[in-house]
Each structure stands twice: as structure tokens, then as C-alpha cells.
Write a protein that binds this ligand. Structure first.
Ligand SMILES: [Zn+2]
Length: 102
């Protein structure tokens, strides 16, 4: 005997597409257990909009640009942007950092 044969792509599909996808995309599980948000170090308040860490950093760095754009957007912004801007507005001038929680 030569041991177990290498699993073929067909074999992986047979094993279940979802389980296979999870194995190859651990990011899905990661995002399910870790949330990112803003934390104000002065007020000890935090908000966790449903988005990624990179988007939170993007919004924080371009807050004033996004606010300006939002005035001209009729359809409204994504919820996480509204929530994020609201928090950044409320803690304007405070020490706000991007944080995470499990
Ligand atoms: Zn604050």
C-alpha cells in the first residue's frame, strides 16, 4: 500500500463545498469572531460598526473628506460609515484608536 492518495478537487467537492471554502478562507471564521471598532481612550467608549479594520482606518484618516461627500449623497451612506462618523464627531479632538474585540 502507498498510503492515502492525494485528495483531488473532486474529492474536496464531495466533502462539502462549505467546509472546503472554510478551510481555504479562514478569514471568514476570523471575521465571525473578531470585530473591529473605534475606542475613545478619554471617554472609555467604543463603537463596533460592521466592517473591516482597514475600512475603519480608511474612514478615520479620511473623515473630513467622507463628511464632505456625505453632504452630496442623496441615497445615504452605509450604516457603518454613518455610525463611524457619528462616533468620530462625538469624540472630536479626543484620542480615538481602532480597536478589536472577540
Ligand atoms: Zn471621547
Amino acid at each position: 500500500m502507498f498510503g492515502q492518495p492525494e485528495p483531488s478537487p473532486e474529492h474536496l467537492l464531495d466533502a462539502g463545498l462549505e467546509a472546503t471554502a472554510e478551510a481555504f478562507l479562514p478569514r471568514n471564521g476570523y471575521r465571525a469572531t473578531v470585530q473591529f471598532g473605534y475606542h475613545c481612550e478619554e471617554c472609555e467608549e467604543a463603537v463596533f460598526p460592521v466592517t473591516t479594520r482597514s475600512e475603519l482606518v480608511w474612514l478615520k484618516n479620511r473623515r473630513h473628506v467622507v463628511e464632505e461627500v456625505s453632504k452630496h449623497v442623496s441615497g445615504g451612506l452605509d450604516t457603518w460609515i454613518v455610525d463611524g462618523l457619528d462616533f468620530l464627531d462625538k469624540h472630536n479632538g479626543h484620542s480615538v484608536v481602532v480597536t478589536q474585540r472577540r
